[in-house]
Design a protein around this ligand. Structure first.
Ligand SMILES: Nc1ncnc2c1ncn2[C@@H]1O[C@H](COP(=O)(O)OP(=O)(O)OP(=O)(O)O)[C@@H](O)[C@H]1O
Ligand SMILES: [Mg+2]
Length: 260
């Protein structure tokens, strides 16, 4: 079953300096239970694409959209934003429990669920802190816990592990693999890390430089259950890494030539 279906999507921003084409003829589908990862040069339109899927662009006056983005059989979408959007006046645990509150879950159940996810992202003991008392990486982990606690059918993540150190990142990659295996949720994740895209993805989409198009797509045939370490040691990982890097390098060079 298709969960997300993007068809010939074109998105432009209208700014004071003119029209900026962010996405051009983007088409792809994400099927139920799939984990799709996306890589692409900086500024190619990755965040724009996730925002389009989340339905955040349709009501904006400065955005021109052609084509369609259809999300099917999804009551709720969890979105981990590139810049974490925690509520500064709420404690860590209250931030994680936010979506459950909206769903009308009892306070006791909200707190125990939120605590479970905080433990999972390694932040037990920080539940009473406020976002400004945490590092950027810790705030990202709170945002991830919040999206997961909400238990949506579709999870969109925009570089959710971007500001973490390499070790914490590996641990959370393993957590995401475990969560995906357990819940079979449909996940779409943007990352700038090719290795991460391969380790987590059932499919990796590579985007071109702006205006972003889907340049190529790779099915990841690494054995499951996966772990970050085992995947890295598999010859298939190296094969895919080289292919994706070669494709991405071309795009980054094209970007540098067009904007020296
Ligand atoms: N509100 C806006 N007004 C005008 N241009 C915008 C706006 N938002 C984004 N853009 C432009 O659209 C293009 C795509 O932006 P987007 O944030 O989607 O890229 P990205 O791939 O997520 O980049 P990064 O990897 O740096 O996060 C960029 O060139 C950006 O400058
Ligand atoms: Mg972005």
């Amino acid at each position: 079953m298709e969960r997300v279906s993007v068809e010939d999507l074109n998105v432009s921003y209208i700014s004071s300096t003119g029209k900026i084409d962010a996405l051009q003829n983007v088409s792809f589908k994400v099927y139920d239970g799939e984990f799709v990862t996306m890589v692409g040069p900086s500024g190619c339109g990755k965040t724009t694409l996730l925002n389009a899927i989340a339905g955040l662009l349709s009501f904006r006056k400065d955005v021109l959209i052609k084509g369609t983005t259809i999300v099917q059989n999804v009551r709720s979408i969890g979105y981990v934003f590139q810049r974490d959007a925690l509520l500064p006046w709420r404690t860590v645990i209250e931030n994680v429990a936010l979506g459950l509150e909206v769903k009308g879950v009892s306070r006791e159940k909200r707190m125990s669920t939120a605590l479970g996810f905080l433990r999972m992202v390694g932040l037990e003991g920080y539940e009473g802190r406020y976002p400004h008392e945490l590092s950027a990486g810790m705030r990202q982990r709170v945002a991830l816990a919040r999206a997961l606690a909400y238990d949506p059918e579709l999870i969109l993540m925009d570089e959710p592990l971007g500001s973490l150190d390499a070790q914490t990142r590996t641990i959370l990659q393993d957590e995401l693999l475990t969560i995906h295996k357990r819940t079979r949720k449909t996940m779409v994740m943007v990352t700038h890390d090719i290795a991460e895209a391969i380790i987590l993805g059932d499919r990796v989409l590579v985007m071109s430089s702006r205006p972003g198009r889907i340049k190529s797509e790779y099915k990841v045939e690494l054995p499951k259950p996966r772990s970050a370490l085992n995947s890295r040691l598999d010859p298939e990982f190296n094969r895919l890494y080289r292919l994706i890097w070669d494709g991405l390098k071309e795009e980054i060079q094209a970007e540098q030539l067009s904007h020296p």
